[in-house]
Design a binder for this molecule. Structure first.
Ligand SMILES: C=CC1=C(C)c2cc3[nH]c(cc4nc(cc5[nH]c(cc1n2)c(C)c5CCC(=O)O)C(CCC(=O)O)=C4C)c(C)c3C=C
Ligand SMILES: [Fe+2]
Ligand SMILES: [Fe+2]
Length: 340
């Protein structure tokens, strides 16, 4: 028995390229037991929570996993659809649309699949499925436009851990960040312009990015700078003046300081200062999920309206929009040059 797994039939299979689109993950059901499993895996990742392992495991298993699963299950239940978790259902639609475009040029030589960093379909299971199909060239695109160690960095760890057990390690290309990719920026700009055309230009456009502990930024994580870069390019293309938009960070977790300004506090102070009409967009998410459909659409709307705001519009994520699929395909295409 060897620690490295091999496949004697592998070299006889037709060489193929595999595209693996990944996202964060989601529970299998909006129930407390499913949330406990999902959060246990997610919050045990040292890239996500960077404090002493021993202390954190006591807090996680002794307090958080006893309280948070039931609370989070209720929130997930409020956004769950007939197709299941929105994040997974949208990622499946993105996979189908990307596959349809790539199959036009490459036929069956390219296989497009999805995997989640936590929960299902898992990264090891989808990589093994690629190995069984004889895929010898893998392109991994984590669907986070702005690189962050807890998201994209952690995806790389999971890929490396799985292929680290393979005897024949294939060619692997890993796309680290696309915060300034022209087609991603174009899709974002167009989605905002379409929204303005339908609902009018707001007094303030809020760019709300998922938050991260400030300490990660101080230790060299580029996420904060990448969020600012995306906002700078998009607002320039939209022709917005500095007082017409604001960048904020949402989804705080725990008591430590996170990147600022916080979305909820900003919305409250904007409304209290007399801003009546805002639109909010969340460019760090490539698919609508709990953090947008519940936190932005519901919780933050309530905060703004209770503080005196009158018109609150959430601009959906790029999801399976055609221009977003074009952006994803353009990111993958340079790595397909070895596909025969
Ligand atoms: C504990 C720290 C967390 C860090 C750091 C973090 C970073 C981060 N996350 C995303 C994208 C998503 N996060 C989502 C949910 C979510 N995130 C955290 C915590 C951290 N995220 C928790 C505990 C949860 C679970 C929800 C809850 O229980 O409240 C999701 C949504 C998943 C879904 O199923 O809909 C996404 C997507 C990014 C981009 C990011 C970057 C720094
Ligand atoms: Fe998160
Ligand atoms: Fe949240």
């Amino acid at each position: 028995m060897s620690r490295f797994k091999g496949d004697l039939a592998f070299s006889k299979k037709t060489p193929k390229t595999g595209v693996l689109l990944t996202n964060l993950g989601t529970p299998d059901a909006p129930t407390a037991p499913a949330l406990r499993r999902y959060l246990a895996e997610f919050l045990s990742d040292p890239r996500v929570v960077e404090i002493s392992r021993l202390i954190w495991m006591v807090i996680l298993h002794g307090i958080i996993l006893r309280i948070r699963p039931a609370k989070s299950a209720k929130l997930y239940d409020s956004i769950w659809t007939e197709e299941g978790s929105p994040l997974l259902a949208i990622t499946q639609k993105q996979r189908d649309a990307v596959a349809a475009q790539l199959h036009k040029s490459y036929g069956d030589d390219v296989v497009v699949d999805i995997a989640m960093r936590y929960g299902n379909p898992s990264i090891p299971s989808r990589l093994k499925a690629m190995q069984e199909q004889g895929i010898n060239n893998i392109i991994v695109l984590p669907l986070y436009p702005q690189y962050a160690s807890p998201t994209t960095g952690s995806t790389f760890d999971a890929i490396a851990k799985e292929v680290g057990t393979w005897r024949w390690v294939p060619s692997i290309s890993f796309i680290s960040s696309y915060h300034d990719n022209p087609l991603y920026i174009r899709a974002l700009r167009k989605s905002i312009e379409e929204h303005f055309a339908e609902h009018g230009k707001p007094e303030k456009l809020v760019f709300s990015y998922h938050g991260m502990p400030k300490r990660f930024h101080n230790l060299g994580d580029p996420y904060f700078d990448f969020c600012h870069k995306t906002t700078e390019i998009v607002t320039k293309r939209l022709g917005l003046k500095e007082d017409e938009y604001i960048l904020t960070f949402q989804s705080r977790f725990g008591n430590a300081e996170w990147l600022k300004p916080y979305t909820d506090e900003t919305l409250e102070s904007l409304a209290k200062a007399g801003t009546k009409h805002i639109a909010i967009v969340s460019p760090a998410f490539s698919a609508d999920c709990l953090e947008t459909l519940e936190e932005l659409e519901e919780e933050n709307r309530e905060i703004f309206e209770e503080a005196g705001g009158e018109s609150y519009h959430y601009i959906p994520c790029l999801n399976a929009r055609e221009d977003h699929i074009d952006a994803i395909v353009s990111l993958i295409t340079p790595y397909l040059k070895n596909t025969q």
